[in-house]
Design a protein around this ligand. Structure first.
Ligand SMILES: *Cc1c(COP(=O)(O)O)cnc(C)c1O
Length: 353
């Protein structure tokens, strides 16, 4: 039988997200969600927005949310682009800003967010993976070569390692002909955002998400920050794809989350201090743990195969992320949970070992 698919679909290899088991008595440390719920103000805002107005289309440009974000980061609303999760924002970024076969391949680290090569395949973008250094840091010197764009998460995922702003600034200076995308999904857990460099560098695009530090993975809100020129390119793509990526409830939730800054700061700080505790305890159990500025850690045990450890944890009702991938197949990526979840993790590992 002939296939009804467009030709390119036959070869697509989609991204596979960490599992979302639909049972409640599991300790879920596998997809870097926030262990704390969203601010009570967010829940209130969603309930208040849930009424007859849902028959209307949402504001296509989500102006109110854009100005809320702009105020928070110190930019103008015309330097903000919003979308249905940062994965959708990234899709438009790859499609609209990173496809330059004439200039060279898109560059990103060999160990990085595994959605990047998937977007490249979807949009037919040629890319080159740049190996991380032996200590798993991003070696920016390796990015001094012909390229049609550069993208990396900061902190990097799944390593958790952070690049400082000086390093990012020199990369921007040396790559003025292509767009440099800094995917800051985890920046609120101890890093400094590159958004402060946007008014100086037209080629800088910063992408952030409300899924991690804002506890709103289920709401699907992400955004990009950059020059007006970059925003216009993204808007052309968005308005050729879906004029209404964010519904009324998403917009209301996102605005309320930004307004409750104290809640955000407290929960991020709790995650950070729990991270430091988890790192100490993993190290006392013999793990090597990469220095993380994210809400997860990447850890390796010299005496026990990572996949076996992941299976043993699963038998005890704890799921962590294991990547059967070169260089990191002896590591576990463990999301920082609540104090109780982390203690359970440590106790369980102690029993297993
Ligand atoms: C989680 C994550 C995203 C996607 O976030 P959503 O906004 O939930 O789509 C993007 N980039 C990196 C590096 C991530 O870890």
């Amino acid at each position: 039988m002939s296939s009804y698919w467009s030709d390119f679909v036959k070869d697509l290899e989609p991204y596979s997200p960490g599992e979302q088991p639909q049972i409640s008595n599991i300790t879920k440390l596998n997809t870097n969600e926030n262990p704390y719920g969203p601010s009570p103000e967010v829940i209130k805002a969603i309930s208040e927005a849930a009424d007859d107005r849902l028959r209307l289309y949402p504001p296509p440009e989500a102006e109110q949310l854009k100005s809320t974000i702009a105020d928070y980061v110190g930019l103008s609303a015309s330097q903000v682009f919003v979308g249905n999760g940062s994965d959708e924002v990234l899709a438009h970024v790859f499609n609209g800003l990173l496809n330059h076969p004439d200039k060279g391949p898109l560059l990103f680290p060999d160990i990085s967010y595994s959605f990047y090569p998937v977007f490249c395949q979807l949009y037919g973008i040629s890319y080159k993976k740049i190996p991380l250094a032996d200590d798993f840091s991003i070696d920016l010197d390796q990015y001094q070569q012909e390229n049609g764009g550069i993208i990396f998460p900061n902190p990097n995922a799944p390593t958790g390692l952070l690049l400082n702003l000086d390093a990012i600034e020199s990369l921007l200076k040396n790559n003025t002909d292509s767009v440099v995308v800094v995917d800051e999904a985890y920046i609120d857990f101890g890093g400094q955002t590159a958004a402060s460099l946007i008014n100086q560098y037209d080629n800088l695009l910063v992408v952030q998400t409300m899924s991690k530090s804002r506890s709103l993975a289920g709401m699907r809100v992400g955004y990009a920050l950059g020059s007006k020129h970059l925003m216009e390119g993204l808007n052309r793509i968005k308005n050729s794809f879906n004029s209404y990526p964010l519904g009324h409830l998403q917009i209301a939730a996102a605005i309320a989350a930004f307004k409750d800054e104290q809640y955000f700061k407290n929960t991020a700080q709790q995650v950070i201090s729990e991270r430091e505790r988890v790192v100490d305890q993993l190290e006392s159990l013999g793990f090597d743990v990469l220095p993380s500025k994210a809400n997860f850690v990447l850890a390796h045990h010299p005496q026990k195969a990572a996949e076996t450890l992941a299976d043993c944890l699963r038998d005890k009702g704890i799921i962590v992320r294991y990547f059967a991938q070169p260089r990191i197949d002896q590591f576990l990526r463990i999301t920082i949970g609540t104090e109780a979840q982390n203690s359970l993790l440590i106790d369980s590992l102690e029993q297993i070992l």
